[in-house]
Ligand binder design. Structure first.
Ligand SMILES: Nc1nc2c(c(=O)[nH]1)N[C@H]1C(S)=C(S)[C@@H](COP(=O)(O)OP(=O)(O)OC[C@H]3O[C@@H](n4cnc5c(=O)[nH]c(N)nc54)[C@H](O)[C@@H]3O)O[C@H]1N2
Ligand SMILES: Nc1nc2c(c(=O)[nH]1)N[C@H]1C(S)=C(S)[C@@H](COP(=O)(O)OP(=O)(O)OC[C@H]3O[C@@H](n4cnc5c(=O)[nH]c(N)nc54)[C@H](O)[C@@H]3O)O[C@H]1N2
Ligand code: SF4
Ligand SMILES: [Mo]
Length: 689
């Protein structure tokens, strides 16, 4: 079968071959297929992805909770139960008593349909998705600074030719491994590589300069670099004058700051800040990337914008080998954020509270705009509404929220109060275990559809493995529920392609315009970049060559104050904890923990701690330790390493239950984009007794 990896945003293409041996066993072999993004490479996750898809734990039929345990029911019973519960809950508590929670693994077709399902079939304002925890700061920053949000502003193929690269809070070697050769190639061609990360990651180890920033202090670090750029006369005055606005205010703000103070705040020396700024500022071309290390903070929006300030101040965007990139996370992290899964959004990056946008989409959907609800709230805020019992029933498709939300104990307590929880998943995830009804969905080997990779390139994932058991596709399930809720005319689809053709029209004229992209084109051309307004249009690989996407064509600088952490360390909670990923596991681990080859790499969670901190808190390498924050506790294996800052611990996010690190993380949200501060909170550590 020709398919695409179900995991990260590179979307490497591959061939999976299923064969029956003479003894009746089934074997699988996986071969990478040439493709533009990964150039025919696959990482260990892609090589072993099929192991979860064919795992015996796959859910094969709907399950209803009865006296605390699950019993098999037919699809008819499942749909009837959903109809009955949703209808009676809405009759009692109003339309908005239902919430819908989606994910960035869903295909464009399912993500689009989930938005339509919430607004048209259920008529609720409450829908959001896990991308809120992933891409929301970079997305909101891109919209404010450049006028549009597309992960990479230029193609991956630019990277080997650029002269200076900044990787801020992005561990590409573990999180998008097949992209690494782009960077090593650039280094071979003489590029200077700067990595900004509190840890010596596999990515940082390749750097020419590693700035070991204190968690949460990127905005201050970027201010330091901007100050040096101005002082050394390295700003590109022509670019600033001709293509941007708002620079004077930034200049005044920087003049009033002190480089020594900034160095102090960031934990990076004045000398290193200077060196990084001069290297980037003096290079003829340069590319700057951020990922969750910068973005998952309560100032994530502004921290990203300050790195964008750096790109604009040096004129390194809108021409060859120059640009900014937010390294998108999930397989469809890009497409999943464009077509209406977000609380305030309609397809094509349209806004649900904009009158013209409402009119246009209502026209495509064939209803009166007055029948579209208004905007809802962000993912974690939905969990607060669940807790307050304003939302009485939740429909989850493509996420494991009790593992991936901050302040997880609170979230779990909230979900347990729901009148009716429905989870559509391939497995009995930690969240699915709590559900009243679990419905089985198809995997990447079975589910055809489009996904948009980190470059903004739309790809068609082929899939022809027969559906196991009674499994259905996400889009089929949504259509069938909508029909049973009395809205068949709005959900008549018989194939993913039909939904895509509607999405094309719905996105037409929007910022993320897919109108010119068709399944036929995707089959012929491998992939097409958006925006692509007509079938003859080639798609735009490099953005902003002539103008930025704001109405006046200018990019916008912003002044960024120094970040105050929502929670500082003190005598009681004396260490910063940051969280993230390891190579072999994926997100909440539901899939990768069911892949034998991946699970074997890391069977349990751990905490990285510096030897000096380990001595101070009397914990030893290899032993179990308890980590505690003001919100919760987890027990993990201690890993003593000098590869991390002395004031910082690192814990991966791939385990649930007692090893769920989100029991500890802080629920404070970024005021601009509602991103939680996953990347820093105050904790204490002690040996587990
Ligand atoms: N193996 C693997 N790959 C994945 C995933 C996975 O789960 N596993 N998930 C996918 C998804 S959805 C995503 S979003 C991406 C995430 O990709 P990344 O964002 O690259 O991954 P993280 O490990 O969350 O964080 C990156 C780095 O940020 C650093 N960091 C922590 N705090 C700070 C800070 O304050 N400032 C700076 N500058 N750095 C900091 C961490 O030490 C870490 O090395 O990966 C995708 N790819
Ligand atoms: N502490 C901490 N927490 C974090 C982060 C962090 O860095 N630190 N990162 C955040 C980020 S960037 C992200 S993206 C989130 C992700 O967190 P989650 O949203 O919980 O992500 P997954 O583990 O991918 O959960 C996806 C679930 O959907 C199922 N699934 C997979 N594909 C499909 C599909 O096509 N259809 C359906 N219906 N189900 C499917 C899987 O089996 C799994 O149970 O976590 C966030 N939480
Ligand atoms: S996890 Fe990412 S880099 Fe690895 S094979 Fe899958 S898509 Fe490619
Ligand atoms: Mo993510």
């Amino acid at each position: 079968m020709n398919t695409q990896c179900p995991f990260c945003s590179v979307q490497c293409k591959m061939q999976v071959t299923e064969e029956k041996t003479a003894g009746g066993r089934t074997t699988y072999s996986v071969e990478p297929t040439p493709n533009q993004a990964s150039q025919g490479r696959l990482c260990i996750k892609g090589m072993n992805a099929h192991q979860h898809a064919v795992h015996r734990d796959r859910l094969l039929y709907p399950l209803k909770k009865h006296n605390g345990s699950f019993v098999r029911v037919s699809w008819n019973e499942a749909f009837e139960l959903i109809r009955e519960q949703f209808t009676s809950i809405q009759a009692k508590y109003g339309k908005d008593a239902l919430g819908v929670y989606g994910g960035g693994s869903l295909t464009n077709e399912s993500a689009y349909l989930l938005g339509k399902f919430a607004r048209v079939a259920l008529g609720t304002r409450y829908i959001d998705y896990n991308g809120r925890f992933c891409m929301s700061s970079a997305a909101s920053a891109g919209i404010k600074t450049f006028g549009v949000d597309r992960g990479l502003t230029n193609p991956l193929s630019d990277i080997p030719h650029t002269r200076c690269i900044i990787l801020a809070g992005t561990n590409i070697a573990e999180c998008q491994p097949t992209l690494m050769p782009y960077f090593t190639e650039a280094q071979k061609n003489g590029a200077y590589l700067i990595v900004i990360d509190p840890r010596n990651t596999a990515t940082a180890n390749l750097a020419d300069l590693h700035l070991k920033v204190k968690p949460g202090m990127d905005a201050a670090l970027a201010n330091g670099m901007l100050k040096v750029i101005l002082e050394e006369g390295l700003a590109d005055r022509n670019f600033i004058e001709g293509r941007t606005k708002g620079f004077e205010a930034l200049q005044m703000h920087l003049e009033s700051s002190s480089l020594e103070e900034l160095a102090n705040l960031t934990g990076v020396s004045v000398q290193d800040i200077r060196k990084a700024a001069v290297k980037y500022g003096t290079s003829e071309t340069g590319m700057l990337f951020t990922a969750r290390g910068v973005e998952q903070h309560t100032d994530g929006h502004l921290a990203v914008r300050n790195y964008m300030n750096l790109v604009l101040a040096t004129g390194k965007i809108g021409r060859a080998y120059c640009g900014y990139g937010a390294i998108t996370g999930q397989g469809n992290g890009q497409g999943g954020r464009e077509h209406g899964q977000k609380a305030d959004q309609l397809p094509g990056y349209r806004l649900i509270e904009n009158e013209h946008d409402r009119e246009y989409i209502a026209g495509v959907w064939g209803l009166d705009p007055a029948h579209l609800p208004g905007k809802g709230v962000s993912a974690y805020e939905m969990m607060e509404k669940v807790h307050e019992q304003e939302i009485r029933s939740l429909f989850v498709m493509g996420s494991n929220p009790i593992v991936s939300n901050p302040n997880a104990d609170f979230v779990e307590e909230g979900l347990s109060k729901l009148d009716f929880l429905v989870v559509a998943d391939m497995f009995l995830s930690e969240t699915a275990r709590m559900a009243d009804l679990v419905i089985p969905v198809s995997s990447y080997l079975e589910n055809e559809g489009t996904l948009t990779n980190l470059e903004g390139r739309v790809l068609l994932r082929q899939a022809d493995r027969p559906l196991p058991g009674e499994v259905l596709h996400d889009w089929q399930i949504l259509s069938l529920i909508a029909r049973s809720m009395g809205k068949p005319e709005f959900f008549p689809y018989e194939s993913a392609e039909e939904i895509f053709n509607e999405l094309r029209v719905a996105s037409k004229g929007g910022a993320a315009d897919y109108y010119g992209i068709s399944y036929d084109r995707l089959r012929e051309e491998e992939g097409v970049y958006w925006p692509c307004p007509q079938e003859e249009h080639p798609g735009e690989a490099r953005l902003f060559e002539e103008a930025f996407a704001h109405p006046d064509g200018r990019a916008e600088f912003v002044c960024v104050p120094e970040h105050v952490l929502p929670e500082e360390i003190d005598a009681e909670y004396p260490l910063y904890m940051t969280t993230g990923r390891v190579l072999a596991h994926y997100l909440s681990g539901v899939q990768s923990r069911r892949s034998a080859a991946l699970a074997a790499r890391n069977v349990e969670s751990f905490v990285e701690i510096h030897p000096n901190a380990a001595r101070r808190y009397r914990v030893q390498d290899g032993e179990w330790v308890t980590l505690e924050s003001r919100r919760g506790t987890t027990v993990v294996r201690c890993r003593v390493t000098d590869q991390i800052r002395e004031d910082t611990l690192f814990v991966p996010m791939h385990w649930g239950d007692t090893q769920n690190v989100n029991r500890l993380t802080n629920q404070a949200l970024d005021p601009f984009c509602r991103m939680p501060g996953f990347k820093v909170c105050a904790v204490r550590i002690q040996a587990y007794v």
